[in-house]
Design a binder for this molecule. Structure first.
Ligand code: SF4
Length: 116
């Protein structure tokens, strides 16, 4: 087989793969994955969550360890009224501090900041 034919064959192979990949990428990018996609949800035991004292249930925060949550006006601090929270559904929202991964609406962490 001549070198020209090999190059042509390789070009056609790449072109076919490229054309095939466009609809596949379009399908995946147009899919709206459920917000509760487990792989994207912050868990309490991952390093950054531990560092920030993130809890899925704000009522379970150890206020001795996290005194900001012990303040008189802190009882109504939840992820769902934090400025870094973007609601996805009633239970979950994206948190900017956690690079837009999902946190619990009734959660809390030490970076809580009142939504303006
Ligand atoms: Fe929740 Fe706000 Fe902390 Fe994010 S920064 S985990 S929304 S309290």
């Amino acid at each position: 087989m001549s070198k020209l034919n090999e190059e042509r064959r390789e070009f056609l192979k790449k072109l076919t793969l490229g054309l095939f990949s466009i609809p596949v990428v379009s399908i995946f990018s147009s899919l709206r994955l459920p917000a509760a996609w487990a792989g994207d949800t912050v868990t309490e035991n991952e390093p950054m969550a531990v560092t920030l004292g993130y809890h899925v249930d704000a009522s379970k925060v150890d206020t001795k360890k996290w005194p900001r949550k012990a303040a008189a006006d802190a009882k109504n601090q939840f992820c769902n009224n934090c400025m870094f929270y973007q609601k996805q559904n009633d239970k979950l929202g994206k948190c900017q501090i956690f690079t837009n991964r999902l946190v619990a609406s009734k959660g809390w962490c030490n970076s809580w900041t009142k939504k303006a």
